[in-house]
Ligand binder design. Sequence first.
Ligand code: NAD
Length: 434
Amino acid sequence: MDILIIGMGYVGTTTGLVFAQQGHHVTGLDIDQQKIASLQSGNLYFYEPGLQEMLSTHIKNHTITFTCDAEAAIKNHDVIFITVGTPSLNSGKADLTYIKQAAEMIGRYKNEEKIVVIKSTVPIGTTDELEEWIALSSKDTSPVHMTMNPEFLREGNALKDALYPSRIVIGSQSDTAIHKLKELYKDVSSPVLVTSTKAAEMIKYASNAFLATKISFINEMARLCDKAGVPIQDVAKGMGLDERIGSPFLNSGLGYGGSCFPKDVKELIASAEEIGSPLHILQRVEEVNQTQSTYFMSKVKSKFPRLKGKRVAIFGLSFKPNTDDTRESVAFRMLEQFVQEEAKIFVHDPAVNLSTDWVKKGVTQCWDPYITVKEADLLVICTEWPQYTQLDWKRVKGNMGNPYLFDGRNMLIGEEMKKLGFYYRGIGSDCIDH
Ligand code: NAD
């Protein structure tokens, strides 16, 4: 199939490359000329394991091309995916500006029957709205077959998730679109669920909201465990063995971040309020998440009431490991608190380049973790990059001025760290080591 994808961000680029890998011809369209120029020259402008190699292969094979020419791209394709961003407005509602722009672009240049597939996460009813926006900006009256096909990939694991999705949800009232999408996904051995467009929209939000709930639930349990002197790791393990619960998303830590959970939880809460069916559980989920970094910071403050002039080393800036995405990363919430306290801050992340704004605030980026901790008074782990577990922690301790280790992701084994001579604090097991 010849497929057009509008929006060459994390989702669009990954989706495009996976379609190319599956034997389709893909055109990637974006309004951002820099991104398109980078992709055209074979350079993935963001970090995602395995994707750079795939990009090089498919550029060489001419199975994927990139363009800013919306008119030609839309005229030449009858299957169009939309993967533009849907960030949060201040109200918590999703900002549909980019979705509307994409719709108007399709309407303007549409010259024949089209299948339009939304992969972006959009509020309930948006697919219907999008159909209207296309119609309003179009002179062409040939049919548009609307479909909502939510994306479930996780950054850091995007390629595997897109190649082997847990499920394929096709929300459409159009038999033509359903048939086409089933054909497109015929070699993928995942369950296919055909629903209404609204159900497909809701499935995406409900799934993210549920995962966020699991995270806030275990984080609140961890706070209780701190007080009760019970190791949260044992509790999570014991819970996770129940197949009705399952072990994923039961790692207590600094809370969820990223470009999806925070905004999707906010959007669902705001929409539900508007519809007149408030989501009380989800409101608390957000509250727990908002306060989790402050809770962790209070552990730091109990040892360092004054941080002014203290050397603070931070490991991890991305919102989770294996990505350079820092959108809504809790690490930056932590960083801001240390900046406010006028600490001397040294950060390490394997993939993230610190912006000049932070450098201007006095934060120093190091590329070697052992140098990052040189003479540090305390080390805070904000992102659980797997390579941190492989470090020579004896050497880390030797390099530090004072061996205070605050593990915001419970990624290290506290007992082992204490044996090495660290003062160690995680989340949810504090009383045990008093
Ligand atoms: P992104 O910000 O990385 O990419 C969006 C891209 O769309 C940008 O490159 C932007 O320049 C482009 N764009 C905006 N308006 C355009 C227009 N009119 N025409 C062409 N291009 C345009 O966003 P993302 O992380 O890829 O997310 C996209 C959508 O997918 C969001 O709705 C998000 O919630 C959803 N989603 C994201 C993930 C994820 O892990 N990132 C996972 C599942 C679903």
